[in-house]
Design a protein around this ligand. Structure first.
Ligand SMILES: Cc1cc2nc3c(=O)[nH]c(=O)nc-3n(C[C@H](O)[C@H](O)[C@H](O)COP(=O)(O)OP(=O)(O)OC[C@H]3O[C@@H](n4cnc5c(N)ncnc54)[C@H](O)[C@@H]3O)c2cc1C
Length: 429
């Protein structure tokens, strides 16, 4: 069995942030291995790759102060090398928002697009190789024996002195299994639940001024992940522990430089839901909502035109063809239906109220042709009991990234990898 000083599971931004920090900051010649079950990381660097460089976007405030986040930002920028997008007319929108008790955050952003993200990943993987990190792509971690400091993968056993597990949102369930096997207490009581809105750019023209406008509304509702240009709504497949399948929608766009616009924009509008006793698992709750939507949609997510929603009627196939409803949905494999039958009333009420506010700030977004897709669910709130400021959960095991609740976006995931790496270096040197 091969022994490494450092084993990193996950080649997303959290894993990469940690790998570069250890390789560049260590005074020793450490043996470092990074594995990933895929050939390229599967999160946001590979999907849309829009990056936010202003606190608190992406930084959960329970783990990050503004000073902590800002102290790492230049380092993150040094690796990601973003072209920050210009913004215009922000004050006008913000004034309108504040009059309604809402807010618009002014965030430094870059957008590479799904194609540009792949180029970034390839560059970073080559740079990891160049600093001597061994990469094993297409290798899946299955379990950990922390007493003997060994992980088992689908290919072999690997020994470690320190281990970083950074499996992202899709690894949420896997991470819970690892935490249980190591006896690390955790809760997952927070989840974001909402819809994805798709409309013509002319009905949401703010995207010409601000690529991904971050609106905050009362009742913990916010806009999230806006895509425009050659923009598409997509579905993501999730499987529960009982092997039931459900879908969440998401969105992405290709790079503006290389792709012609399809004239559409899409964005999520999400409500954060925090549970207290007796319900412990936000994931279990969200899965049940996902399953309910799949049941109603014949194993597909649901979509409804705003015009139908306002009339209290379900959308049907012909709602997506004719007359007023003047653009086809970019996600074809979706079921026309009635989202108010599938969504809990409290969440729907808060989201619809936010949409009405948004329509006053950016008039037009509630055009009858606008499509609401449901469900869009974000599972990233595993909250393990950390032993220190470096996201250490046992003597030798550290966590970072979205699956571990330490970030909610590419930039913060990278920064959380750096923080974990500093703890790992402290143990090794
Ligand atoms: C579809 C999609 C689009 C997104 N778009 C954006 C965006 O535009 N901007 C933004 O800031 N954020 C976006 N995000 C969020 C962003 O992906 C995350 O914030 C960020 O990638 C988290 O980094 P991470 O390193 O924690 O996880 P990830 O980037 O998800 O990387 C985790 C890696 O771990 C690997 N892995 C998981 N389990 C195992 C295992 N058992 N063995 C081996 N490898 C494993 C996975 O294959 C994956 O490559 C998006 C997320 C998704 C899912």
């Amino acid at each position: 069995m091969e022994l490494y000083d450092v084993v990193i599971v996950g080649s997303g931004p959290a894993g990469m942030g940690a790998a570069f920090e250890i390789a560049n900051a260590s005074k020793k010649n450490l043996k470092i291995l990074m594995i990933d079950q895929e050939q390229f990381s599967t999160g946001g660097m590979r999907n849309d790759c829009k990056m936010n460089f202003t606190y608190p976007i992406g930084f959960p405030e329970e783990y990050w102060s503004a000073d902590q986040a800002n102290s790492m930002m230049d380092q993150v920028i040094g690796y990601l090398r973003p072209d920050i997008l210009p913004k215009t007319n922000i004050d006008i929108y913000r004034k309108r928002a504040r009059r309604l008790g809402c807010d618009l955050l002014d965030i430094r952003q870059a957008h590479l697009g799904t194609d540009g993200g792949l180029l970034l990943i390839k560059r970073l993987l080559a740079e990891l190789n160049a600093v001597g990190i061994q990469l094993s792509l297409g290798e899946t971690m299955l379990s950990v024996d922390d007493t003997h400091q060994v992980i088992a993968t689908d290919k072999r056993d690997i020994g470690y002195k320190v281990l970083l597990i950074a499996p992202g949102r899709k690894g949420f369930h896997f991470l819970q299994m690892m935490l249980q096997s190591m006896g690390v207490p955790f809760v997952d009581n927070i989840v974001d639940i909402g819809i994805r809105v798709e409309t013509r750019i002319e009905h949401y023209p703010i995207v010409n001024d601000y690529y991904d406008p971050k609106f905050y509304f009362p009742e913990k509702v916010r806009t999230f992940c806006t895509n425009s240009g050659d923009a598409h709504v997509v579905k993501e497949r999730y499987v529960t522990a009982r092997a039931d399948v459900w879908y969440s929608v998401n969105g992405h766009a290709y790079s503006a430089a290389k792709h012609e616009s399809n004239g559409l924009t899409n964005f999520a509008i999400l409500k954060t839901v925090r549970f207290t006793a007796p319900l412990a698992s936000g994931q279990a709750f969200a899965e049940n909502l996902g399953l309910q939507a799949a049941l109603m949609g014949g194993n597909k997510p649901l979509m409804q035109r705003v015009g139908d929603f306002r009339l209290g009627s379900r959308s049907k196939e012909n709602s997506f063809n004719a007359d007023l409803f003047d653009f086809p949905p970019s996600l074809r494999d979706c079921c026309p239906g009635d989202i108010s039958l599938a969504m809990p009333a409290k969440i729907l009420r808060a989201i619809w109220k936010a949409m009405k506010n948004l329509d006053t700030i950016v008039p037009g977004v509630l055009h009858p042709s606008t499509i609401m897709y449901y469900p869009e669910i974000k599972l990233y709130a595993n909250k393990p009991q950390y032993l220190d400021d470096h996201f250490r959960v046992t003597n030798h095991v550290f966590l970072a990234g979205d699956g571990a609740g330490t970030s909610r976006g590419i930039t913060a995931a990278w920064a959380s990898g750096i923080r974990a790496a500093r703890g790992m270096l402290g143990l090794l040197e």
